[in-house]
Design a protein around this ligand. Structure first.
Ligand code: BG6
Length: 488
């Protein structure tokens, strides 16, 4: 496909993200014939590697993370390396020369993707140089792909955005939220808008509450330097959790175009009830993992992790209740929950329907509410929880499940989120990237919460590693007469 013709310039080419996600994804696209022959990659970073050394590293990454090597020489021959100092114009001028050579060699039609897969403090500087040193003077398309975090709060995000916008207009900016590349996150829209039986019920008359849980077993790993300044609220809620919420809550767009979908998502963010001051503790709960057991192994608490302040108040867990004040959702709580060192690695959405008006089967204790469960990961699929007749003489009910599994094999056959996002970017489809308005509104919401937490003197609540978070998170939802569904 000709439209994927492009030069892809990766800043941070020796980093973890590039190795684990970008090269394997590019390889998958290549193997599927979706990169055609008209592509070249320039990797840049500080290390003084040669093209050959870089290619060896690409091969290693494919071996380790894909476990295949078909056409690997062909594939890696498209990769070039340029040692780079992000603050030095000479570096960019050399890059430009190499870019022009490759443009001719591979007939790339002047198309360029600049992928910033590195420390966020350099995003602005790089964008400045790309323009000032002429890398964006090209006849083809140019696109800037930016990894998270996009700022630390609204103010810093605004500054970063203003700086980037000097060199790239909004339509050329692709802000990554890798959750938007996940197959089942993309499926939320299809489940809602391609089925007759959900949409009529998708409102406050029939839905009692919605729960979004994204739990991890991993701890902070080697990322404490970043994580200590972030915490779960900035790391997961501002982006991934709020994005999933927007897709669940948005109105049907009039058309499935980037602009229409984004504009519906923005409306959800605008309808989010701001939580501030004293209300924060009523609506949001934070927690930090202590020592505990994960898969039968003892693990240390957060404060004993490498590079973590022994008195750290950083939250590794957040639970919250969000209200969307519009006609559709008035009165329906959206509960979110995310954290590290929890019981399982799993992302799920549970839509709990309201109880039916009365229970005719009163020989039974209580009817189970109907649930629609969207399994995002590791399993991909949907489950409907219904009540049916128990076999036997009596009219007793029995909860049953209707299950659809997207592929049944733990995501092995579904393309990685990054593969989809790279493909979209190559084709100029920004739907599954976040628009600035979404970023700004979600920071605005989240900032009010972090402000209060930062001013609190009380100790952060703790939870044992391997559990589903602190007791406070249970109380948060129990106060409303609900409980968290911890479903398989
Ligand atoms: C990232 C966060 O954005 O998402 C990480 O920075 C987190 O802290 C990760 O571990 C979770 O992603 P996934 O795809 O494994 O659910």
């Amino acid at each position: 496909n000709d439209s994927s013709t492009s030069l892809i310039m990766i800043f941070g080419a020796t980093g973890d993200l590039a190795k684990r996600k970008l090269y394997p994804s590019l390889y998958h696209l290549y193997k599927k014939g979706k990169l055609a022959d008209h592509f070249a990659v320039i990797g840049t970073a500080r290390r003084p590697w040669s093209h050959e050394e870089f290619r060896e590293n690409i091969k290693d990454s494919i071996h380790s993370f894909v476990g295949a090597d078909e056409q690997i020489d062909d594939f890696s021959s498209h990769f070039y390396y340029q040692p780079h100092d992000v603050t030095d114009s000479d570096s960019y001028i050399q890059l430009k020369t190499l870019a022009e050579e490759l443009d001719t060699k591979y007939s790339l039609q002047g198309n360029r993707i600049f992928y910033l897969a590195m420390a966020p403090e350099f995003f602005g500087t790089i964008a400045d140089h790309l323009k000032a040193d002429g890398l964006t003077d090209t006849t083809g398309f140019k696109r800037l792909v930016i990894e998270k975090p996009f700022g630390h709060d609204l103010e810093s995000a605004e500054q970063l955005n203003a700086q980037i916008r000097q060199s790239f207009p909004e339509e050329e900016i692709y802000r990554i939220d890798h959750y938007l590349g996940k197959a089942m996150v993309q499926n939320i829209e299809v489940i809602r808008f391609a089925n007759a039986f959900f949409e009529p019920l998708w409102n406050n008359r029939y839905i009692s509450n919605i729960q979004i849980t994204s739990s991890e077993k991993l701890g902070v790993e080697e990322r404490a330097r970043y994580y200590e300044t972030s915490g779960a609220l900035r790391d997961m809620v501002q982006n991934h959790m709020l994005q999933m919420l927007a897709l669940l809550a948005m109105e049907p767009p009039i058309r499935l175009t980037t602009d229409e979908i984004r504009s519906e998502k923005v409306k959800v963010f605008r309808a989010l009830r701001p939580i501030e001051g004293n209300e924060v503790n009523e609506y949001f709960v934070r927690g930090q993992y202590g020592p505990g057991t994960i898969d039968k192994n003892e693990v240390v608490g957060y404060r004993d992790e490498m590079n973590v302040d022994p008195d750290s108040q950083t939250e590794t867990f957040v639970a919250g209740k969000l209200m969307i004040d519009n006609f559709r959702w008035a009165g329906v709580p959206f509960y979110i929950r995310t954290g590290k060192r929890m019981t399982t690695k799993s992302t799920k959405i549970v839509i709990q329907f309201k109880d039916i008006p009365m229970n005719l089967y009163n020989n039974n204790e209580q009817l189970q509410p109907n649930l629609l469960v969207i399994h995002i990961q590791p399993d991909e699929g949907i489950t409907l929880h219904l009540n049916a007749k128990k076999s036997g003489q009596n009219m007793q009910t029995n909860p049953v499940k209707l299950n659809f599994s997207n592929e049944g094999s733990n995501g092995i056959n579904t393309p990685e989120a990054y593969e989809k996002l790279l493909y979209d970017c190559l084709h100029g489809d920004a739907t599954n990237f976040t628009h600035w308005d979404e970023v700004a509104l979600s920071w605005k919401f989240v900032d009010k919460i972090s402000e209060v937490w930062e001013q609190t003197n009380s100790e952060i609540p703790k939870y044992a590693s391997g559990t589903m978070g602190p007791e406070e998170a249970e109380k948060l939802i129990e106060n409303d007469g609900f409980f968290w569904w911890n479903l398989n």
